[in-house]
Design a protein around this ligand. Sequence first.
Ligand code: C2E
Ligand code: MG
Ligand code: MG
Ligand code: MG
Length: 282
Amino acid sequence: RAKQTGRNRFQFFTSSLQEHANTLMEMEQDLRLALEHEQLEIYYQPLVRTQSGRVTGVEALLRWHHPTLGMVSPEQFIPLAEDTGLIGPIGQWVLETACQQVSQWQQQGLKLYLSVNISGRQRDLGMDAPLLRRILMQAKLSAEQLVLEITEGMLLDNSDETIAWLQSFCDLGVHLAIDDFGTGYSALSYLKRFPIDTLKIDREFVRDLTLANEDALLVEAIISMARSLKLRLIAEGVETAEQRAVLFSLGCEFLQGYYFARPMPAEALVAWMADYRPTRLS
Ligand code: C2E
Ligand code: MG
Ligand code: MG
Ligand code: MG
């Protein structure tokens, strides 16, 4: 049976690979135009204090409204942007736009801190401390209000250049967070070597979390480690009241997830904030 279908399957495989390559090339072309055609938009997702439920900040999450494919996920186009170097101008645009937005909210009386994801590739694509300082100054946003989120993968490149690069942002007063904490392969030693002050526990640990399972033990261990290293801790992917309650009892101070709000366009966030009534845990 295998022999009979083998050849067909091979043909199917090559033609779909070919198609895949074509779409990637088309996507790359399209992504080049996305910035100038204003197809990129930043969504904002609230970050809340676990106990009070109050919103303390937002994470900027990039969206691409593709003319024919509709909304393309950043999981798809960020890797493409990294491979092609487009993450340079795109990443800069995200920083500028999100800093200006948060500064504008602040002038309207809504003070939030801003978390922005950055890619290690941006290091060789023009993102440096002078640029970041200029962006902050132009937006009139203080450096302390900005958090840069990096992944453990970036720290695998345990090079002096990467450490110096991240340190130069810290020297401006900007905070650094490890995103998707617990999913990488890094040795924890990087926590000592890099100037990090926040950990974001990946939603994988939150998904099946109840008080009595192994995930709770893992989260508890991460929390106690974060405490002794004096790191701020945020849990991602909180979707239910029960997850919130468990994370509260384990001592996690900040949360982010659909339970509170999905990422949304700037105007929608303002409307959501106006309606939002935090509930307090005790
Ligand atoms: P991330 O930084 O870990 O962002 C969190 C992701 O989890 C977001 O996916 C968010 O929409 C999603 N999420 C939030 N709460 C929940 C929840 O309760 N349940 C579930 N199932 N998901 C939740 P999104 O927006 O699709 O972004 C995916 C990833 O793309 C981000 O993961 C980040 O790594 C990357 N990304 C997004 N924007 C940028 C950007 O401007 N620059 C760079 N370099 N990467 C970005
Ligand atoms: Mg993030
Ligand atoms: Mg994450
Ligand atoms: Mg992620």
